[in-house]
Design a protein around this ligand. Sequence first.
Ligand code: ZN
Length: 197
Amino acid sequence: MGAKGGAVVVVIGVIHGDEDAGLLITDELLRMRAPSGVELWVVPTINPDGTAADQRGNANLVDLNRNFPYAWAPMGKPGYWQFSGSKRASEPETKAIVRFMREMKQELGICYHQDLNMISPGTGFEGQVRAQYARLTGIPLKRITGGTYTGVAATWQRNTFAPGGAFVVELGESLSRDSALVHAQAVHIVSMTVRDR
Ligand SMILES: [Zn+2]
């Protein structure tokens, strides 16, 4: 899954099972050789049941992106589209990825969603990395409006690990093969930015 040693970067193709365009990007990444000095971990989906069923939540109908253990709050119940689960990290998928990431001590995390076609701007070094990714892929850098988000994977990553942080790429409604390749190359380029920091 990439060169051993170096800056640890974790890419998650899918969290919400009905937002699976990120799989095209992880396919490309798995075909490419990671840049030297970058340990690139590619996780096509952390929600295999939801991905197979083409549904947002996992098999328990939990929205995994409301289930992570940072700033978790109860939300809804099974059947509600953003059901948070009964407690923080209640789901096996969340527990598995939390354990994996704690072991990896990632320096950068990238998670794909759909279909707002945007990346939220960040601050400091992370802001530079987000802006670079946006520039390379043509995804607009803009602030998400409205809503409070609890138990979000990228927020947990950002608050658990240091330097480059973690960010969400909201892809559009669909993604062409060519665009998927552009995204995969952007992952490599921002990974090198984190490596060379
Ligand atoms: Zn999503």
